[in-house]
Every structure is written in structure tokens, then in C-alpha cells.
Design a protein around this ligand. Sequence first.
Ligand SMILES: *Cc1c(COP(=O)(O)O)cnc(C)c1O
Length: 438
Amino acid sequence: MTARDRIVDIDRRHVWRPYTSSEDHESRDPFVIVGAEGPWLRDADGRRYLDGNASWWTCNVGHRHPRLCAAIARQAESLLHCSMAGTTHEQAALLAEELVEVAPEGLERVFYSDDGSTAVEVALKIAFQYWQQNGRPKRTRFVALSGAFHGDTLGAVSVGGVEEFHAVFGPLLFETIRPPDPVEGDAGWERAVERIEEVLRERPDEIAGVLVEPVVQGAAGMRVWPAPLLGRLRDATRRADTFLVADEVFTGYGRTGPMWACEHASVAPDLLCTAKSFSGGVLPFAATLASGRIYDGFRGGKDRALMHGHTFCGNPLGAAVAREVLAIYREEDVLGQVRQNGSLLQEAFARMAELPGVQRPRGAGMVAAVDVGEAGYYGQIGWQVHEAARRRGAYVRPLGNTVYLCPPLTIPTEDLRRLCEIVEESVQEVLAGIPPAK
Ligand SMILES: *Cc1c(COP(=O)(O)O)cnc(C)c1O
């Protein structure tokens, strides 16, 4: 048995992989990754793959950026972990200051946690408790969009709206107010936002907050929605004097162009969640940012404290890496690279959509998507494209029949060009083998 086969064998016997049926786990041939660098993943057979989804939307500055490796080594010299229970440390303090510096205006406080789901849980609990102890105890419900994905813990699932991820847990969830699914086109999104405006007008006393993935809904299939509607949600939440919560776990750190997707509409939310590329995709590390007003709502006795915390919150190693990520953004013009690479990526996907059987090109900055074939009937197409791309040297994980790219923002232009070619060739190959739809 080769070393690779041994790993796969043990994996099949003992590992439980995310979003993977037992049958798929035991029958599909996994990538066995042994190394990574920049936009490349390297497997146990010595093959290289361009990382088409930045390893689950995280490593925006590429794999093993030398400055991130050095930051980890440096931090390991002095302190790997201490709690934040009556203690603090340099990295957590400085990171908070540096993060507030680049955050949308008015976000002044940083609550640390471990991943995107916890960042969302924290935002929900902050908003809820704020109203409980500041004179609006009937504000117990959240409003969220259909197709929303905010993580996999139960609170985050309660505000989520992707059937495939959430249906089975229905009985465990709290109820969220959700306008009808926008499905197609800007008019659908506008109707959804009108519906939220209506709810905020009619029942402002019930609403603890409105939660959105600004401008791009990731897990729902890279659904892009018009930025001006985000501005309207900001206005409507302000009129109702309730909170706008921006889940920038995916869209933050330049994925859609600017540092935060909220900037597309010059919106400053009351709460903002960040994770994924917050740590450069290196460590589980997250934060929920809050306005000064919200923080002030927790003044008073001990019984008014936010009753929430995670063992590893503010972990020094995570904080040191996250600080280095921000330094890289400041000093290596990462957002400038997004502008350049982004237009190449969007053009490639617009061209691809001219192929018969390919539809709905969409994207923003360094995320681009098309739908291939019909949903449902051709449900396996996305995975066939994934396999075809794998043979050509790229890792392109689909979302159903949505084929998308979301590579490291700093991918060298030549590699990005090749990655787009691989996707196009793979889509063509798969569609050529499928009888045309009636
Ligand atoms: C991935 C994601 C989350 C959940 O983050 P985890 O780190 O997987 O818990 C939350 N919100 C959005 C928008 C995401 O894309």
C-alpha cells in the first residue's frame, strides 16, 4: 500500500467529513493534499492543482504566504495561548485597534471568537441581549434573506435560508422572518427588500436586527444582489432604530472588490462578522465588530455583561496572524490586485456564458459564477466539471449546478488565466457529453 493509499484507507475508516454522505466518503477518491503554496495545492502523487476556491474561501493572500509563516514562528517564541478572562495580551489589543481602523465607520469594539458561525452567534446574542436590557424586550426576532447562509451552528442555521443545509434541523430552530426568495433578477431582490421595509415599518418593536450577506450570498450559489438595496436596508433599519448586521465572513477582505462588501453601498452596519480570510485562512479565528452605542448598552452591573465567550477567543497565535494579514493588505496592495485580477475573471465568465448550456454569469471582484445545464435534472454536472478540472490541474468545487471560482486574490495573472481556461474547457467537455435539453 502506498503512503497515499494508507491515508485514504484510514480516512475512510475513521474520519467523518463535512457535507459528505457516508457512501460518497467511502467511494469518492479524495485529494490527498501534502503541501500548498500561493495559489497551488500539491497532492500525494506530486500533482499540482490551482486552488479555485481558496480552500473554502479563506486564503485570500495565497497559501503559506512567507509573512504569515514568519508571523506564526515569531509568535510561537513568546506566547501561544492565554485566556481573555481577566487577562489580555498585545496581539489581541493591537489587532482590535488595527481592525477598527479599516472597519466601516462607527464599529469600535471587537469581540473575538473562532469561526464564521460563532461570529454570527455572537452578533445575534449581542443584538438580542441589547434590546432585552435597554427597554425593548419584545425585540426578539431577526429578519434575514432567503438563500442566506450564516454558518452551521443552531443560531446561525436559524437565520439561514438554504433548504439543503437547514431543512432537517427545522424543529430545533428559532423562527426568523424571511421575505420570499428573490430567485431571478433584480426585481425579485427589490421585492424582498420592500417586504423587509414593510416589516420594519409595521412591526419595529419585534425586530432585534436584520442580517445580510452584503451583495453576494455565497453558499446559496454565489447570488449577487444589487448594492443600492443594501443602502435601502440601512435606511430602513435606521428608521426603525434597529440593527443592521453584516455577515462579511465570506465577502470581507476584498473578495468582492473593496475591503468590505458594505462599501459597495457606503453602508456602515451596527454589527459586522468576519472570519475566513480574517486570519488569511491560516487559523480558526473570527471577530464580531460592534458600534459604540451597542457596547454602551452593556454598561451597568455584572448582570448586564454579555454572557458569551469561547475558550480560544482572541488566541495570540490567531491574532498575530490576523495582524500580519492586515499588514499585507496595507503594504502589498492586495485590493489593487483584486481590481486587476477581478476584471480578467469577470470577463472570462461572461465569455463562458456564451457557450450553449451555460447561463447567468455573475460575480463581483474575485468571485465569479455561472450555472451549467439545468438545476435538478443535470444535478451532477457541477461534479462532472469538478472531475474534469481535476484532470486538468485545478480544484473547482461546485455548489450544485453552479460552477464558480473564488481563488486567492493575489493569484498571479498567468495562473488565473490558466484557471479560467481550465474551467471553460472542463465545462465544454462535460456539456459535449450530455444530450441537449429539450
Ligand atoms: C462560511 C460562512 C459562515 C460560517 O463560517 P464557518 O467558519 O464555516 O463557521 C458564515 N457566514 C458566511 C457568509 C459564510 O460564508
